[in-house]
Write a protein that binds this ligand. Sequence first.
Ligand code: SF4
Length: 471
Amino acid sequence: MTIAHSEGFTFDSWRGAVRPWLAAGHKAEGLVWQDGSNQIKAASADCEPNCVQPAVGRLRLPRVLMSLLQNLACFRHPSRWEFMYRLAWRVLYENPRLLDDPADPDVANAVTMDRAVRRDLHKMHAFVRFRESAGDDGTVCYFAWFEPQHEILRPGAVFFANRFPNMCWTIATPDGAAAWDTKAIDFFAPRALAERPREDINEHLWRTYYRSICNVARINPSAMQREMPKHYWNNLPEATEIASLLRDGAARFAARQKQGDHENFTAAKSLQRSLAQAQVPAAGIQLCRACDLWKHATQAVEGEGPKSARIMLVGEQPGDEEDLRGRPFIGPAGKVLDEAFQAAGLKRGEIYLTNAVKHFKWEPRGKRRLHKRPGVGEIRACNVWLLNEIEAVKPAVIVALGASALTALLGSAKTVETARAMDLNLPSGVPLVASYHPSSILRADAERSAILREALVGDLRKASSLLAPHG
Ligand code: SF4
């Protein structure tokens, strides 16, 4: 990744400018910081009689100081560059362990500034909302307007380049804009506000989705505003729903309690219909933040297979390898599945393969990322994407692999054993066959693994036999 065309002091240009002065041991008080030109000069008054000339040499700043300075560089305050210099000088020449002293006024200030920048970055990651627009050559581009508290566009843009490497996007802020063309980030002056798209074709979908996943019974307005301060609402499409949800939340919840499952069923059906009409673009899922799983995954992994597939197979979530390569069932569990397809007389290329949850949920174990089961909230949040796939493919039979897939498809928890003993159908009438997830076969001991393998092959044959009347 390259970063091009910078204006004004950036962390890197500041570092280049202060390096000789720091290396020579000049105190911050002996330097003049020239606004606008971003130059540093030694003040003549302080340069006599023992004036130290700037030195060009190696200067090693501790890693922890470097990372702190990078954040302080984003803090919106005119004297931050000078403050950063003083802090670096004190660590280098006064006390190498200065940062371990929280009572030191400079350290205390640095911690406060660092926290404010981190919080602002966190909000940027969560609240940037891209809107679809057409590029000059007719290609699909995404545009977001964001108003950060601090000057965090550069680190924030790097985060989005890593998160959405295959999309062309622009993030504009009052300080400037960053554009990613799938290869490099270009920084430039902010666009006129009138240019930014106010709505795109997905806007109503987001609102419908937000209303459907918002748990009105648990809304706590003050906690919500702490997490989602009001000044961000202007640029959040779903924020238009918040006022009415707050107003009629209690009434809606009471009505839901009375009507029980019937309303949930009707709401799910109507959402399903609106999704079918909405034609979600393929790239849309990469922008989804309906739960927190996107934060630690490489990318959303969509389903794969022919749109005309008669059988759809729904697993739990992508694994480590799937997360990195962006395709479902290509890791060890995928190999078990391929063997089962072969034994059942099916071809992988004829089946649509997908997962209940589209981002990889994991926990660190040393250098490895270990699979972590998604929660019901995450399964529900992701249901919109699964329903959309079912609407698009219209399979004749769906095979649910494991309990998470069953929860996603049935809306309630069932063990695989219980579900395998039942004749199940989706509300639309599509038959549902329950089976074991291939990764549970990998985890089982040899004896149990053989039993589960056989069951999986049998269930795939059953799914295939349900197609028979249609040829
Ligand atoms: S897991 Fe699903 S709901 Fe959660 S962020 Fe990813 S795509 Fe969205």
